[in-house]
Design a protein around this ligand. Structure first.
Ligand code: DCS
Length: 494
């Protein structure tokens, strides 16, 4: 590869913040998997497995999840309104998709899906989202408070942009964390203040731990401005209890922290004894309104039953900021002109889906429930399979789309990893990929091992539960066979 050392930008002169962060779900293992895939294309049969199973990303449709018919029908009609004037359309599309598409087309600038829209998103689609939130929570929601965004990622970045003034500003984030947070905080010049989730307590959030981290950060001179909570959790898969959520709300309110509630997995809950409750609902149920607490909630069409992550749709709802601040946020949003229209449409459909009495309600519900039930089955099967392996323990996958088992690696494996200049979990993940074609993310990619973390020295992998049930059936014996041979190779022989 050629490069120019005298170029006006080099690895030495690039913005140093860019070099500090890493983003492991698309990192080392993903690159290695792609290399293997190319190699296998060139020489089929060169590896002892037929294909790469990409369990490193939460990418539902890449792993076989089918899109919801109603969503795709509405999207196609919005993109091709000429179809609405043709007779065949009534045979090919459901009447409720046709009606919804007509309504949406009416509200698009120039009745065209290729125009810039309001920077906050099309008003009628924000109304749909607000009405969906109100129906979900039983508390009002206003379209003025909704920003439609290109996935939750852009909303999270925008929040960091407006919150972080300097390195002295801190943001509390869970560990293990979803690494978008550390990346975004670093890029915006702030300081991440990690708090540990408790693996022994089903990855629950212990408020005394958060308090300890907040106090330490304040002593170190930081102004802690916000607290990130991911519920259901990534990579940890826990669903917080309402009591726990109430404690968190009380804590943020007393400490004057903005709550950044990442709720992108709200439709991915699999166990009977846990239910998703939005933080806004919990705060309102406690009697707190926007004068008492500021909450920014994030949601997305990437996960859940829609799984439309490549469409880049999502929203944030901002409650408890003054009008002047909202004006500044609108200005920041306007710099990128507008979120993409397909994502806006999908977000409105996911939050305001067909209702009982609409022609396609039954079909929509059947497709949605099919996906949820199958994911629940896969969550249980994979967590069970990991737990059954020697030296592995895996907490219940209550929600989200990942199993996060802990591996108790033999000392010889840790030594071998060091010799290769790798962290032990990366070493394990590389070996697993080479032997089975299964790509997972090493736990250290979620910064689960930090200097302050009492779990230092624990090793994990994150494996998505998204491969279809048939694929999982094939994956598990391969996983077992690999693990046994790995443990035999490195077994402590003291
Ligand atoms: N928040 C959480 C907790 C996430 O897990 C993700 C995606 C996002 C936000 C951003 O999603 P969108 O921008 O697509 O709405 N999680 C990635 C992951 O960990 N693997 O694949 C996707």
């Amino acid at each position: 590869m050629s490069y120019n050392k005298t170029a006006s930008i080099t690895a030495e002169t690039i913005n140093p913040k860019v070099k500090i962060f890493d983003y492991e779900p698309c990192g080392e293992i993903a690159r290695h998997a792609e290399r293997l895939e190319q190699e296998m294309e060139k020489s089929p049969g060169s590896r002892p497995f037929p294909e790469i199973t990409y369990c490193n990303l939460g990418n539902p449709q890449a792993l076989g999840q089918r899109p919801i018919t109603f969503f795709r029908e509405v999207l196609s009609l919005c993109d091709n309104p000429a179809l609405l004037r043709r007779d065949e359309t009534r045979m090919l599309f459901s009447p409720c998709a046709i009606n919804r598409a007509r309504k949406i087309i009416e509200s698009m600038p120039g009745r065209n899906s290729g125009a810039y829209t309001n920077s906050q998103g099309i008003r009628s689609l924000r109304e749909a989202v607000a009405s969906g939130i109100a129906a979900r929570d039983g508390f009002p929601s206003r379209p003025e408070d909704i920003f439609l965004t290109d996935g939750a990622s852009s909303a999270i970045n925008l929040s960091m942009q407006i919150l972080i003034r300097s390195q002295e500003d801190g943001v509390l984030c869970p560990l293990p964390e979803y690494p978008l947070y550390s990346a975004s905080i670093i890029l915006h010049g702030g300081t991440m203040v990690p708090y540990n989730l408790s693996e022994d307590g089903d990855w629950g959030l212990e408020i005394f731990e958060v308090k300890r981290c907040l106090e330490e950060a304040r002593i170190a001179g930081l102004t802690v401005r916000a607290m990130v909570i991911i519920n259901p959790g990534n990579p940890t898969g826990q669903v917080l209890s309402v009591t726990n959520q109430e404690e968190i709300v009380e804590f943020c309110r007393k400490e004057g922290l903005v709550m950044l509630a990442d709720e992108v997995y709200q439709d991915n809950v699999y166990v009977e004894d846990r239910k998703f409750h939005s933080f806004k609902k919990v705060a309102r149920s406690l009697g707190y309104d926007e004068n008492d607490i500021s909450i920014v909630s994030f949601h997305s069409v990437s996960m859940g039953f829609s799984g439309e992550c490549g469409r880049r749709g999502g929203y944030m709802e901002i409650c408890g900021f003054g009008d002047d601040v909202m004006g500044e946020i609108r200005k920041v949003a306007s710099v990128t002109l507008c979120p993409n229209i397909g994502g806006q449409i999908l977000t409105s459909l996911a939050m305001d889906p067909p209702k009982l009495g609409d022609g396609c309600f039954e079909n929509f519900m059947a497709e949605k429930e099919d996906i949820r039930l199958s994911l629940a089955k896969r969550a249980k099967t994979l967590a069970g399979a990991f737990s059954s392996l020697e030296g592995m323990t895996c907490n219940r996958v209550e929600g989200a789309i990942y199993a996060f088992p802990r591996i108790h690696l033999p000392a010889a494996a840790i030594k071998a990893a060091k010799a290769e200049g790798m962290s032990p979990d990366l070493f394990y993940a590389c070996r697993l990929l080479d032997a089975t074609g299964i790509a997972v993310v090493p736990g250290s990619g979620f910064h689960q091992v930090s200097g302050r973390n009492k779990a230092t020295g624990t090793w994990h992998i994150r494996c998505t539960i998204l491969p279809g049930e048939d694929k999982i059936k094939v994956m598990i014996p391969r996983l077992k066979e690999f693990h046994e041979s790995f443990m035999n190779e490195f077994r402590d022989r003291s």
